[in-house]
Design a protein around this ligand. Structure first.
Ligand code: LMG
Ligand code: NDP
Ligand code: PMR
Length: 400
């Protein structure tokens, strides 16, 4: 512990050495003091974005006329004869609890969205939707187990056959195994955290990209939930064990723990590190999507850190003492805490807000809950690493 604390303090002080040092601590306020003011930046960028969006909408209108699509018309006539935008159709993985459920609720409440809750436990999800008060006509549950690539393919099939359009895909589900001593594996034999959080979502979003592209909705988006803990340009990202993909020899070997390591960098298994590494992969994947497909498709690719939602099921495998102390620690000491409701509203903004259409952005929120474009760490914004993660991952999931 003493060693960990010492290394935390020393790494905290060495942060500014990293390339984009001005970004240090931007994600949060510490001890109640905001370390930088993002207001001006957020306001400025939103007006730029408005212009961009208007331009983009005109583009979409033109493209929509030339693209054959099975989606229902984007504008539907209301009883008064007035044309209004149809309901958006959004898939959210891991919507049975925590952030995913809160986002589903926030979107459903607007009456503008139909939420497809893509979950591994149907009954749990049904109960969760009911107790969150999401009304029947606003959601559909479809089975998806991200720890099985067969299940991912089956989900994609079922979704396509449902005839629903895909306007926004939110890759939100995750597992975190901070106390596991030995690795466990997905159906295909990938270490569970990276297998579920990254590889499952990688296949899902690759297979659904075309459906997103076919959508005639004014703003179509692919959102992958990232985190501050994968970003070593922040204090939180310097709490050991730190994310580090290294040369990715473990990933290239298939993370199977047999003839290769279960960790991306080839090291010994560490559940907390595997989770943080998986979040780095999520953030790199979002940017690689942006570089490869944004111009051609007009799809907005984004990731985010919604704040520290210290009460969710993510910490279910942590020791009881941690689960007891973590929420007050985040609430009163780091001030990084957000409620599930607030975090759900933040992700719902990234799904539907007209001001958040910029692609390739990692969104965060300041202490007044205003969104701003945050800086990723050097590793999480490394172009070569992003390409390498993409190329290795497509081999592992059978796309290349
Ligand atoms: C570890 O365990 C595992 O060992 C590791 O293998 C890995 O799995 C890891 O990342 C996952 O988890 C976690 C364990 C040790 O955590 C805990 O048990 C609890 C952590 C929660 C932090 C508790 C802080 C205690 C403070 C109590 C506050 C509650 C009351 C608030 C009420 C306020 C009323 C006004 O995790 C640790 O590493 C914890 C280390 C403990 C050090 C305690 C330090 C106090 C916090 C001070 C923060 C200051 C930051 C300093 C930096 C300043 C730089 C400018
Ligand atoms: P929860 O544990 O509450 O939610 C995780 C969801 O993922 C659950 O619905 C869970 O399903 C689902 N899930 C797990 N494994 C699979 C699988 N194999 N197939 C399908 N679904 C699966 O945690 P959070 O709400 O906190 O996490 C949501 C996202 O937010 C994650 O991406 C996390 O990394 C991110 N995040 C969380 C932060 C926090 O402070 N909590 C901070 C930053 C980012 P089930 O209900 O069946 O277990
Ligand atoms: Mg962290 C300074 C702010 C800050 C923020 C915003 C977080 C977020 N954390 C901060 C600081 C600290 N944390 C400090 C100073 C410590 C040492 C006491 C600390 C410890 C800590 C632990 C042990 N924090 C954790 C853990 C976890 O097990 C969580 C984790 O890393 O999961 C991968 C975690 C988190 N801290 C956060 C956030 C958002 C998490 C949840 C992880 C995530 O979803 O990415």
């Amino acid at each position: 512990m003493a060693l960990q604390a010492a290394s935390l303090v020393s790494s905290a002080f060495s942060i500014p050495k990293e390339g984009k040092s001005s970004a240090s601590f931007k994600d949060s306020s510490l001890f109640g003091v905001s370390l930088s003011d993002h207001h001006a930046k957020a306001d400025f960028s939103s007006s730029v974005l408005r212009c961009k969006r208007e331009f983009h909408q005109r583009n979409v209108a033109i493209r929509a006329q030339t693209t054959a699509t099975t989606s229902p018309a984007v504008n539907v006539a209301s009883p008064s004869g007035k044309k209004t935008l149809r309901k958006g159709s959004v898939v959210i993985t891991g919507a049975s609890s925590g952030l995913g459920l809160a986002t589903a609720k926030a979107l459903a409440e607007t009456g503008k969205w139909h939420v497809i809750m893509a979950c591994r436990d149907f009954l749990k999800t049904e109960r969760a939707a009911k107790s969150a008060g999401i009304t029947k006509e606003n959601y559909t549950i479809m089975h998806l187990d991200l720890a099985s690539l067969d299940s991912v393919r089956q989900f994609v099939d079922t979704f396509k056959r449902s005839g629903r359009p895909l306007d926004v895909l939110v890759c939100n589900a995750a597992v975190y195994q901070p106390t596991a001593k030995e690795p466990t594996y997905t159906a295909e034999g990938f270490e569970l955290s990276v297998g579920t959080n990254h590889l499952g979502h990688f296949l899902l979003s690759r297979l659904l990209l075309d459906d997103l592209n076919q959508s005639d909705y004014p703003s179509k988006r692919l959102i992958i939930v990232g985190s501050i803990t994968g970003n070593t340009n922040t204090l939180a990202g310097n709490v050991p064990p730190k994310a580090n993909l290294g040369d990715m020899r473990g990933l290239a070997g298939g993370l199977n723990g047999l003839n290769t390591s279960s960790m991306i960098d080839g090291g010994d298994f560490d559940g907390a590190k595997a989770y943080k590494d998986s979040k780095v992969c999520n953030m790199l994947t979002m940017q690689e999507f942006h570089r490869r497909y944004h111009e051609e498709t007009g799809i907005t690719f984004a990731s985010l850190y919604p704040g520290c939602i210290a009460t969710t099921g993510l910490f279910r495998e942590h020791i009881p003492l941690f689960r007891l102390l973590f929420p007050p620690f985040q609430k009163y000491i780091t001030k990084g805490y957000v409620s599930e409701d607030e975090a759900g509203k933040r992700l719902a903004q990234v799904v539907g807000e007209p001001s958040l259409t910029k692609s390739g952005v990692y969104w965060s929120w300041n202490k007044d809950s205003a969104s701003f474009e945050n800086q990723l760490s050097e590793e999480a914004s490394d172009v070569q690493k992003a390409r390498k993660v993409w190329e290795i991952s497509e081999k592992l999931v059978g796309l290349a």
